[in-house]
Design a protein around this ligand. Structure first.
Ligand code: SF4
Length: 334
């Protein structure tokens, strides 16, 4: 099956041979899992035994280091994300899986949606970061000015991740609107919420462009309703993520203290997968604070019966932060 992404088979073989790896655990995010068997063949050709991780994987925060150690693997190959933190206990190879092809045509499709604005901020995920110049040229050719931010927190200028929009925020005051290149709505909504600027999406997978203004406004309304609901709640649950890059115990303890000072009764919960089913086991808890993955609070919130606030939203509940300051501070950043 031909891949839409550069899976770097040659480099994979070379790294395995150079590291003399004998047992390799391969971890792929959901959109790339279909290429797993093909990658397993490459690993086998390089002289190692491949094992595919079939568990869910949503980000670089979710490295299967513990699983690799449990299996006795001497190399973990993680596809689709840049390195978030180092793991001295196990050898990890990150392969970014950059998209192939061109984004020129799908960028052109965004032009009618960007007509009103001249100064445009350009952002994308790791899969298309190497193509930003192509998108910039399309915009420059029709007389736009283009800003690609680099706040120095991520590997590439213009890159955003599910919990880091610093490259959008750093140019936000200099632009009138953003163009996000990438699939789905989650990252684009993150840009819109982090910057409060109109955000247009060019989706190279669906080959279409659209503005997400209405979704951003609807999400703000829903978030405000959840904050208001939590103000009435007496019993609060604070969730501590157990995935490698999602554990923020200090933040959970800080939230516990602040909530208790405000008269709330608090229980701490630790879990790897935060699902509606897991939280339904605790019906007495009226609202949850999610210190793990912001995507759950912002993108999946409708699936949860109880409010699932980000820590900064809880600060609004507690009167430590104003609603109007939330976007500037960020919905998740501590
Ligand atoms: S948004 Fe969630 S899944 Fe994505 S990197 Fe952040 S914590 Fe991980």
């Amino acid at each position: 099956m031909p891949s839409l992404f550069d899976l770097e088979h040659k480099r994979l073989r070379k790294e395995i041979q150079e590291r003399k790896a004998k047992l390799v655990l391969i971890q792929l995010p959901e959109g790339l899992k279909q290429y797993g068997p093909m990658l397993a063949t490459t690993v086998a050709k390089a002289g190692a035994i491949p094992i595919l991780s079939a568990d869910s994987c949503y980000g670089a925060c979710d490295l299967a280091t513990a699983e690799a150690k449990r299996l006795g693997a001497d190399l973990l190959v993680h596809y689709g994300h840049t390195e978030m933190s180092t793991h001295p206990s196990i050898s990890v190879l990150h392969i970014e899986a950059k998209a192939k092809g061109s984004i020129k045509n799908v960028t052109k499709k965004a032009l009618p949606h960007l007509e009103t604005w001249r100064e445009i901020g350009l952002v994308t995920t790791i899969q298309h970061v190497h193509m930003l110049d192509e998108a910039r040229d399309v915009l420059l050719n029709v007389g736009k000015t283009v800003k690609i931010g680099d706040a120095g927190q991520l590997d590439y200028a213009g890159q955003v991740t599910g919990c880091n929009y610093s490259n959008a925020k750093v140019v936000s005051m200099e632009v009138e609107a953003f163009l996000f290149i990438g699939g789905g709505k989650f990252h684009a909504l993150g840009v819109a919420l982090a910057t409060t600027k109109p955000t247009v999406v060019s989706d190279p997978y669906e080959k279409r462009a659209f503005i997400i203004e209405d979704e951003a406004a609807a999400m703000l309304k829903r978030r405000w309703a959840r904050i208001h609901e939590t103000k009435q709640a007496k019993k609060i649950g604070i969730l501590i993520g157990l995935k490698t890059g999602q554990k923020r115990l200090d933040q959970a303890l800080k939230m516990k203290k602040l909530s208790e000072n405000a008269g709330k009764q608090v229980t701490l919960f630790a879990l790897k997968e935060i699902t509606p089913e897991a939280l339904m086991q605790f019906p007495a808890v009226e609202a949850f604070i999610n210190t793990a993955c912001p995507r759950l609070s912002l993108d999946d919130a409708k699936n949860f019966r109880r409010p699932l606030l980000t820590p900064n939203e809880m600060l609004v509940v507690l009167g430590e932060l104003k609603w109007g300051e939330l976007c500037a501070k960020g919905w998740f950043e501590s």
